[in-house]
Design a protein around this ligand. Structure first.
Ligand code: PHE
Length: 340
């Protein structure tokens, strides 16, 4: 009996090894493990053995049967894998999936363009903190406490139970005196940066926006220098001849102070709906740096002159890309940035 079991096991394993298809393997299974198979017959015949023989032969017969079962299973897996490998293939001619690429916000594009133009004109780029002391945002640029000019800009104050009061900077002019304290004229810099004002938002107002400050200080720097640099810059930025016009205005940190306009980028000054038929578009504030500011920067009184200007970057980006609502820039809506 033991010999018969061992022979049966051997020939079953042999047959399994020889099977090359899933059908052949199924036949082997029926022959060796099916209802009418020799194994089944042996298992049945165990019942008629006496107790001692049962104890000896039973486990051996079971083990042999189990081994054959396991071999069939693993062979089955092997044949399935081989079948998959033959039938599953990759269509190398199928068109690829396009990856989603990120896009720069139009503001970043405009800021980079502007930085390129100014660096090509010999300017350096500087910046300062967005959370600023009351001193650099106001006092240093000639806006003392209780001065009515403080109300020109609605300020986000930061709670400070002890120590110096801080604000979210209301303009990039806050960097002027910081820069002066570290540098000796002559120099020409731009300061692009984020600024904050506590105001209601609408299509042309945001509480968080960007400004571009320019500061040029040296001996004999004049309004004529400002006009020339501004015209060169705006012409380069819009890719066409742009004129700059000054109107007298007041900012505490400049004397004389101006607001400045550029000739309409759409009609070139003839008058159209974009410029309300005036031919001019308001851009920002400018002026000759006040001597109090130069003194706060640590310069000897009367030694240097300089000009400064500041304007909103969003405004420029809106004109360049015909964006009709300033709130698009910070909306986080990828449908906006995907267009750039
Ligand atoms: N800081 C001013 C503003 O935010 C703009 C400005 C800058 C005006 C420099 C004059 C000179 O409104």
């Amino acid at each position: 009996m033991l010999q018969k079991i061992s022979q049966l096991e051997q020939s079953a394993l042999e047959a399994i090894r020889a099977a090359t298809t899933q059908d052949e393997l199924e036949q082997v299974r029926v022959i060796y493990l099916g209802k009418k198979s020799d194994f089944t017959a042996i298992m049945k015949s165990l019942g008629s053995l006496d107790a001692d023989q049962k104890r000896e032969i039973g486990p051996i017969a079971n083990a042999a049967r189990k081994k054959v079962q396991e071999k069939i299973q693993s062979k089955q897996q092997e044949l399935e894998d081989a079948f998959d490998a033959q039938t599953q293939w990759i269509d190398v001619t199928a068109p690829g999936k396009r990856d989603n690429l990120g896009h720069l916000n139009p503001l970043s594009i405009v800021q980079r363009d502007i930085e390129d133009i100014f660096t090509s004109m010999g300017f350096e780029i500087s910046d300062g903190p967005e959370i600023e002391t009351e001193y650099y945002n106001f006092d240093a640029v000639n806006v003392p406490d209780n001065h009515p000019a403080r109300d020109m800009q609605d300020t986000f104050w930061i709670d400070a139970p002890r120590g110096e009061k801080h604000v979210l900077r209301t303009h990039t002019s806050s960097v002027q005196v910081r820069y002066m304290q570290q540098h000796t004229p002559p120099y020409r810099i731009i300061i692009p940066g984020r600024v904050f004002r506590q105001e209601a938002t609408d299509a042309s107002h945001e509480h968080t926006f960007h400004q571009l400050e320019a500061l040029v200080v040296g001996e004999n720097v004049s309004v004529a220098n400002f006009l020339d640099i501004a015209q060169s810059f705006f012409s380069a930025f819009f890719g066409r001849e742009i004129k700059v016009r000054l109107r007298p205005s007041y900012f505490p940190f400049v004397e004389p102070g101006f607001e400045f306009d550029i000739s309409c980028t759409i009609c070139s000054g003839d008058g159209c709906s974009a410029c309300q038929r005036t031919g001019w578009i308001e851009i920002g504030g400018a002026g000759m740096v006040h001597q109090n500011v130069l003194e706060a920067g640590g310069y000897e009184k009367g030694k240097y002159t300089g000009f400064a200007w500041g304007f909103g970057l969003e405004r420029l980006a809106m004109m360049k890309y015909k964006i009709d609502d300033i709130r698009h820039f910070h909306s986080g809506d990828i449908r906006v940035s995907e267009q750039f």
